[in-house]
Unconditional design. Structure first.
Length: 118
């Protein structure tokens, strides 16, 4: 029997041993066998044992996400066609590490003034 659903509702970001331990706790808590039984194609199938699982890993390298401490060069910072996402519309620096998501929101059509955290 092959299941093609996701066991965890959300992916896990593992950055250190503590987040890895948290991930292990997440996969140990639910009853895997009950999950597999619920995923069976019809009542004629029976699940007795889960023998293996597949985990997909996406390594993120050289793509820092967040608010870097580096200052943009003047030719970028002063260019009116470039939104640097370093400060909000009131000149307050972003420190919440959500710059990547602000960039994504702009790409999808959001207005710059709507990027602040509420």
């Amino acid at each position: 029997m092959q299941c093609c659903g996701r066991f965890l509702e959300t992916p896990a970001l593992i950055t250190d041993s503590r987040s890895f331990e948290h991930f292990l706790d997440r996969i140990r808590q639910p009853d895997v066998l009950q999950y597999v039984i619920a995923q069976r194609p019809d009542s004629g199938w029976t699940a007795e044992l889960v023998t293996n699982a597949t985990f997909f890993l996406n390594v993120i390298t050289q793509h820092p996400i967040g608010c870097p401490d580096t200052r943009l060069p003047d030719y970028l910072r002063l260019n009116k066609a470039i939104i640097g996402l370093q400060k909000d519309e009131h000149g307050v620096p972003y420190t919440d590490n959500l710059c990547f998501f602000r960039c994504l929101a702009l790409h999808r059509g959001a207005v710059v003034t709507a990027l602040k955290v509420r």
